[in-house]
Design a protein around this ligand. Structure first.
Ligand code: B12
Length: 205
């Protein structure tokens, strides 16, 4: 296992932060560091599923991932000058996972998008209000829980009900989402990772 991945999976906070700082000082690509962290989070999920880790460990890993994200953000953001377009982003109702969403936020911003982040556990009307206010042509929904698929569905319906569906593309992502969830919810596309969020948004414009 790569070092950063291992330190995250083993919940070694101090050493993780030191290693990330050292890697950055040595000019390592921050996107590579993020990818190693993602692998570490997958390992944490496996340990949780196996019963070796508890919810407190999940929370710890979440905090660690966030700290690394904050450390990396200045190195990732604003790589391009022009704003390509606006995107409303959030985690759907009933779901409070925000690590992946925050990563998508950072990557979209560094990819040149103006991102309106409505946070977690966001009700359909919160997304609709943000779309109306911003005039954004793209809605990006994050969902980590299979139990929250209906929240995606309800959000898509709410966008339809206010008459915005024909001018707003809806992309989804997060752990368990796939093409079958796209079909079930009526969204337009699904992405596997933060880079695919950038690619999809560019395609949608
Ligand atoms: C950290 C974590 C938590 C933390 C969250 C901290 C935080 N601030 O987010 C805490 C402890 C709070 C938590 C709580 C719970 N969790 Co949790 N959690 C995780 C864990 C370990 C990691 C998730 C994560 O951050 N991954 C890293 C990020 C980077 O990956 P990601 O979110 O998938 O995002 C990437 C892509 O999916 C994509 N992406 C994400 N969003 C979007 C959006 C778009 C538009 C696009 C294109 C792409 C995209 O880009 C990201 C970067 O590559 C996962 C297991 C796992 N390995 O996934 C379980 C997991 C998601 N949790 C799970 C569960 C069950 C829960 C709880 C119900 C536990 C409980 N018993 O209380 C609660 C639910 C709370 C709630 N209402 O939401 C299950 C879900 C099972 C399921 N199928 O539904 C999982 C899979 C663990 C497991 N194996 O059982 N959790």
């Amino acid at each position: 296992m790569a070092k950063i991945c291992e330190l995250l999976a083993n919940l070694e906070m101090d050493e993780l932060m030191e290693t990330v700082q050292l890697d950055l000082d040595n000019g390592r690509d921050p996107v590579e560091i993020l990818k190693e962290c993602e692998a570490g989070m997958v390992k944490v999920g496996e340990l949780f599923s196996a019963g070796d880790y508890f919810v407190s460990d999940l929370m710890m890993s979440g905090e660690m991932f966030k700290e690394v994200g904050e450390m990396l953000e200045p190195h990732l953001s604003g790589k391009t000058g022009d704003v390509l377009g606006k995107v409303v982003l959030g985690t759907v109702e009933g779901d409070i996972h925000d690590i992946g969403k925050d990563l998508v936020y950072v990557m979209l911003k560094s990819g040149g998008f103006d991102v309106i982040d409505v946070g977690v556990d966001a009700k359909p009307e919160v997304f609709v209000d943000a779309l109306k206010e911003s005039g954004a042509p793209i809605l990006a929904l994050s969902c980590l829980l299979t139990t929250a698929y209906d929240s995606i569905l309800n959000t898509v319906k709410a966008v339809e009900e206010v008459g915005l569906r024909d001018r707003v593309k809806i992309i989804i992502g997060g752990g368990p989402t796939d093409e079958s969830v796209v079909r079930y919810t009526g969204a337009d596309a699904v992405g596997d990772d933060a880079q695919s969020a950038v690619r999809l948004c560019k395609e949608m414009l």
